[in-house]
Design a protein around this ligand. Sequence first.
Ligand code: MUC
Ligand code: MG
Length: 381
Amino acid sequence: MTKIDKIDAFILDVPTIRGHVLAMATMRQQSFVLVQVRFSDGSVGLGEGTSIGGLSYGAESPESIQSAILTYIAPVLEGQAAENVNAAIAKVEANVKGNAIARAAVETALWDGLARRRGISLAELFGGMQRTEFPVAWTLASGQAEMDIEEARDVIASERHRIFKLKIGKRDVREDIAHVAAIRGALGGGAEIRVDVNQSWSRHDAKWGLAGLEELGVTLAEQPIEARDRVGMADLTRASRIAVMADEALNGPTDALAFACDRAADVFAVKIAQSGGLKRASEVCAIANAAGIGTYGGTMLESGIGTAAALHLFATVDRLDWGCELFGPLLFTDEILINPIRYSGFAVHLPEGPGHGAELDMSKVDFYRRDSSRGRLKAIN
Ligand code: MUC
Ligand code: MG
């Protein structure tokens, strides 16, 4: 019987191509937490658990993710049977509360190992793919409208993206609307514009803001108000013609069910990390589908490992109404895979090969590892 032998987790700090200005933090680098699970038959599985902006986005930091994995998850799983991932998930959930991103990272590596041992892809392991390419949004978040416009024109010209998510919420709501109007006006009708407020508006700001965005033809507003304000989200969903999307509010199927019952969103941003793993993310998708809520493949700005795993899950779900934003690897100055994920024809393509298909470039891993002698960057985003 193949067993889980050893679980390792390490942090890579990789710079972003420009400052990524979000309402709650400006990212100049991203800290990927990579997980490597070694199995008793010599096979290996890879996973990733990555958050955003230290502790400014959510309750888990790169350091807490690594420590939860090494201190609490690894001892529960090491020595256990490798082939029954559902049993491993149950064991971890019984022993580790919260820490969804840490749990997701390990679970991804377990599924990856299982699929690789069987010589099939993750999507095949989950029952087969319904799509192999996905419309992919790009986030405009330089903080300056002129720079955002130039960047958008470049990626449209190279046929990478024509759906744009603008990060707003850092400035006054009226300034936000003016910022969106400038970009909307410059890009014209060929580009679809969505916004992500990352919880920064008050309920009153949101009333004003969504009305202004509607006039500009914006199609979707992500997490306009605080994640914990489900009643406010339901009010906005009812009142607004722009689709309202829940993101930070969704930490797995229990939240998804509450949001579905309260009709507190038109769309769910489904993130494998935030959902607590691929299995729970698929349940979030199922709840959305059953409730008539749209789905969107969200990102925590992961490297190619987390991005590939998410693509494999989203390849298998019944619907992915709003496409995805799985552009993470394009936001960094360097690529850590030897087989980078492909972006072309305004789409991201499902990686091929066994497991999630992503293979690490170990020279890059050594270079960016925080604990390596060459790891040059500081821990804080
Ligand atoms: C978020 O809130 O959705 C996803 C894309 C991006 O630029 O930031 C993330 C986080
Ligand atoms: Mg978001």
